[in-house]
Ligand binder design. Structure first.
Ligand SMILES: Cc1cc2nc3c(=O)[nH]c(=O)nc-3n(C[C@H](O)[C@H](O)[C@H](O)COP(=O)(O)O)c2cc1C
Length: 348
């Protein structure tokens, strides 16, 4: 499989590691677990990697164990991590940057799934409107314009630190029910001001992107993970996503990764094989932007179908690379044999 450039960044092939939060940081810094986890993933033969959702502020964490990047200690520890990973394989490493919004102040999911912290350990979360995620989640604070400006600055600051740390780009998290997604979705955004849904201006989303663009070094890239569908009758539809991407493209976005779901705990989303491929293909055709997607591309048949029929620019693989480290290398047709040459004879 051949390499390609996105701006000045060289990707070794179409496959990327999908970002997967480990909720295992030490005061926001990568821990030994991250070294183990990311080393395994970088050795799978992927052509690039997106590192897990990283908080731009304390309030913007999902849990108390989130990876963060907003102070000097965080910067130093990310720098060390990147140096380590780049020694293993020289592939682009992108950092996903995020604010949790009303989905923050949660228990660590691998201890208690989908649960908010109790009142003794919780913090007040922020959102476009003061609407709970569900009855079991706390009421967030409705953000003022000043809060919005603050969060834009925080995203920009974190992006700046990410570039300093050696990441090849940043991916703005606009999906999965976190803050920027909350501004996109009519389910969570009931604002009447210019940051509301009416008019589909995507003011907040565009301001975050434009602000980061101002400090984006020439040799780095910027992408976004966006919501193609809320999987709810009253939620975001593909047409809304296309509208958003077209605006972000005007502002200089380099790529999108199409995701979906998560605005509330229970939606109509079904985890079928390759379930976002069709939607992503449509979006790519309409928006003519570098497009990636993810979602249960987890057997060789679905992988071949994804490559042959849907022809996306990139595919993000998550859980399968953890369950089966050599999933990609086992597939001879992909011609990834230059990776881990020492193991070549093992995959015959
Ligand atoms: C443990 C875990 C953590 C995840 N964390 C993130 C994250 O930090 N950011 C994100 O955009 N998606 C996250 N996701 C979603 C994955 O990136 C991916 O899109 C999803 O798992 C579907 O792909 P898969 O079927 O190949 O795993 C996470 C998924 C899992 C299983």
């Amino acid at each position: 499989m051949s390499s390609f450039f996105l701006n000045k960044v060289k990707f070794l092939n179409k496959f990327t590691v999908s970002p997967m939060c480990q909720y295992s940081s030490l005061n926001g810094c990568p821990s030994e677990w991250h070294y183990h986890h990311l080393r395994n993933l970088i050795e799978t033969g992927v052509g690039s990697m997106v590192v897990e959702s990283t908080a731009v502020s304390k309030v913007g964490r999902i849990t108390k164990k989130d990876l963060c990047l907003y102070n000097k200690k965080h910067l130093y520890s990310h720098k060390k991590l990147i140096k380590y990973l780049k020694k293993l394989r020289k592939i682009p490493i992108i950092l996903q940057i995020s604010h949790s919004g009303r989905k923050g102040s949660a228990e660590i999911p691998w201890i208690k799934k989908n649960k908010s912290l109790n009142k003794f350990h919780s913090w007040k979360t922020w959102a476009p409107s003061s609407i709970q995620r569900s009855k079991k989640w706390p009421k967030p604070k409705e953000m003022t314009k000043k809060d919005i400006e603050k969060v834009i600055d925080q995203f920009t600051h974190t992006a700046k630190l990410a570039f300093k740390a050696g990441y090849d780009g940043v991916e703005i998290h606009m999906a999965h029910g976190y803050l920027i997604h909350e501004f996109c979705s009519p389910v969570s955004n009931k604002r009447k001001d210019e940051y509301g849904i009416k008019g589909n201006n995507f003011k907040f989303q565009r301001e975050v992107l434009r602000s980061i663009k101002k400090i984006l070094p020439k040799n780095k890239i910027i992408g976004a993970r966006v919501t193609g569908s809320d999987h709810l009758p009253q939620g975001i539809k593909v047409a809304d996503c296309i509208n958003l991407i077209q605006k972000l493209k005007q502002d200089g976005l380099d790529y999108v990764c199409i995701s979906s779901g998560g605005i509330i705990p229970k939606t109509n989303m079904k985890f079928n094989k390759g379930f976002r491929l069709k939607m992503a293909k449509k979006i790519k055709e309409e928006c003519k932007i570098f497009t990636r997607t993810s979602g249960c591309i987890n057997d060789q048949k679905t992988l071949s179908l994804a490559l042959k029929k849907y022809k996306l620019d990139s595919l993000a693989l998550g859980r399968i690379l953890i369950r089966d480290k050599y999933f990609l290398l086992k597939n001879k047709k992909l011609k990834l044999e230059n990776e881990l040459k020492q193991y070549n004879y093992c995959f015959n």
